[in-house]
Write a protein that binds this ligand. Sequence first.
Ligand SMILES: [Zn+2]
Ligand SMILES: [Zn+2]
Length: 903
Amino acid sequence: MGDPEGSHYFIAGFCDMTEIPKAYEPARVEQKWYRFWMEHGYFTPKIDHKKKPFVIIMPPPNVTGELHLGHALTATLEDIMIRWHRMRGEPTLWLPGVDHAAIATQVVVEQKLAEQGLDRHKLGREKFIERVWEWVQKSRQSITYQHQRLGASCDWTRERFTLDEGPCLAVRTAFVRLYNKGLIYRGERIVNWCPRCQTALSDLEVQHKDITGNLYYLRYPMAEGDGYVTVATTRPETYLGDTAVAVNPGDKRFKAMVGKKVILPVIERVIPVIADSAVDPSFGTGAVKITPGHDPVDFEISERQHLQIVKILNPDATMNEQAGPYAGLERFACRQKVLADFEKAGLLEKIEQHHHSVGHCGRCQTMVEPEVSKQWFVKMAPLAEPAIKAVTGGRIAIVPERFTKVYLNWMENIRDWCISRQLWWGHRIPVWYCQKCNELTVAIDEPSTCSHCGSKDIVQDPDTLDTWFSSALWPHSTLGWPEDTEDFKYFYPTSVMETGYDILFFWVARMIMMGLEDTGDIPFHTVYLHGLIRDEKGEKMSKMKGNVLNPNDAIEDYGTDALRFAITTGTSPGNDINLGPHRLEAGRNFANKMWNAARFVLQSLETNPIESGALAKLTPKRSESIEDRWILSRLNRLIASVDELMSNFQFGEAERQIHDFFWGEFCDWYIEIAKIRLSRSDFSPLPVLAFVLETTLRLLHPFMPFITEELWQGLKQRLPEGSVGSDSIIIAPFPVDDKKATDPDAEQVMDSVIEIIRSIRNARAEHKVAASKWIEARVYADKFQTDIAAKSEAIETLAKARPLAVLDRSQRRAKEEKALVLVLKEAEVVLPWESMVDLAAERQRLEGEINAVEREIDRLEQRLKDKPFVARAPAAVVDKERSKLQTFKDKLLRLKQELGQIG
Ligand SMILES: [Zn+2]
Ligand SMILES: [Zn+2]
């Protein structure tokens, strides 16, 4: 892991220490085990044709730099699935990779160059690409290192880069196949043009921002006679590209105008007034300017009406020669000049404020210009059809299910995809133009001659492909397609595609379409969409707000397992996660709790080794003590529940349940009771302690891989030979539930015992009984009396209650002496007041509290009688006051009862 010197880990680290460290130190443990797993080749699956593999292709992070929390979430969720399936004995492949991220990477490198006063044009294409490769090498190393720190158990021997030879061949092959089927075409269309990046963008790469701008009303004088037509526009400079004014054919106001001509001021171009049903008569004046070179709707009208197309911008958004006297001006400077000229001529009718949505480049935030441009497109409708069927027919499931509708809605309205980019960094388009016959040669391998006339004078298209084109092929290109490799045959289709819901269209939908198109089969069976990570208050993390949490820092401060726990536990698919220090602390606390509990078990095993075969013999049977039967039964229920939750992709809930079991039932109850048994020569709880610990570690391993391995290895060393069958927890079998272990009787008895202890503890806390003080207690029970009596010592010790008597309910006197009576599900607990409190002081305390509660009740009743308040206040506020009142009334009743008991 980034440290070539340290390849000699030693596995015996934990076990050789006579003293187990007091606290969990993630840094000491994590790297050691990651190396151990790597060196044993656990991440590389063995192809076994008798078994069905489990496969996840990792969404390749962009080679633009550091991983963020979104990547950490992706890696953690995928690692949970992978480790779980690996432990179930399935050949499990998690294939990692990185994306060249065409535009994103090019923008980053261009920014670096700008710092040195350079740009890509000064460097030239070849030198520029060299610079990008240098950047990519560094970036890839850091991404790999970060994935390894996160504990990602992916198969590094199969790592892929989108610009590797295999994926490149796949890209060219897919392009040529689509072209030959007529599904790729080159055409003049309106595209989104980023003047900074100087490339076309697909619709998905444009971010729409709502802004308050202006609507300018411009007058175009009639070519013949007096008068003018007024048109409204948000971009007045585009009048330079107008080739018509259009009105709706049904609009009576303009009936006489249609067929006449108007003059564009300053440049004096004469253009016709036409009628077209696409015109919305309610916008502006009802007459609209038509700028086919710079507006998608106008472009369509121009195709119908055979209008001329005039492009007025250079690639950098300065005005070109078509702008006449405005040529050379920057687009916004031109706007000001145009407005000034119209105003001078009395042709600027009015300016209105106008809210509208304006497209910006998703990479550099520059305002994009819609403009007509010759680009390569993919015809999407024929590709979408089978991809829709794959989902509606149930071959691909989307988790959570609600995104199915979102997917189908987008697919049913899909538009052609502009795939060419005027970028240097990316997959070059496999098209060559013949200088002699002007025909195209489209080929997988670089041709030396024109396929039409044989001329050697051919030039490759300078453009590259949209980065998502190679991403769309990722599940099959990484496995070797178009070659029919062993990997492709065995691992394709893959099992789960796990990614953020924000790239459902960019990526997931296109993978389904291209997978089906290229291979004839779906790329994966399940799409699992996770939510976004937000800050503690639910706000989006951003550098601007300064609320970004860096995964590396979190790992340094809390440990990897704590971070993994924090971003996944208690979460559900598709829902956003609010992450802050609290969750990370909870993760760290849980790791410490595990450490301490395990340390106790391990140390106990050192002093009292258990006999060989003790764990195997642990089948639940009547003769064992009731808490043994109980914890084994509860553990078994947990295993069954975890299995069901994991199968339904509810990993966060599974993790929460394991956490609650470990912390509550195991640590707070079972271990505490076991300590009493260990202190005496009772029959040993150690086999059960070791069994439950070992099983829970395996359940937790997919979620918290490092600490579980460390503790599991320590436990293994202290158990008799052969107690656990594998060399690492990573390949130990995932626990399977055993119906025979369910023991409802033991569960009921222990529920009662726990309830008794809890109720006495609560009573002590409420009446402020000193922790060291022993108090007297009598427990009256019915059917479980004998079983509860058998646990007297545990109740005594854990509730600090002595003398304690467990009696039959029939022996309960109708009127107890002065005592606090707690009525529970299966028992009644009687706590004589005088053993608990100083009666006079308690009486005074209760009277004081009764007074205070009565005053509150009075205040609330007055408030709720106040008609104007009840009428005016929101219903929720009134309800809250009413429920407060009820709570106080209940409390009053209880306090009065207690006062009565004291007498
Ligand atoms: Zn841009
Ligand atoms: Zn030719």
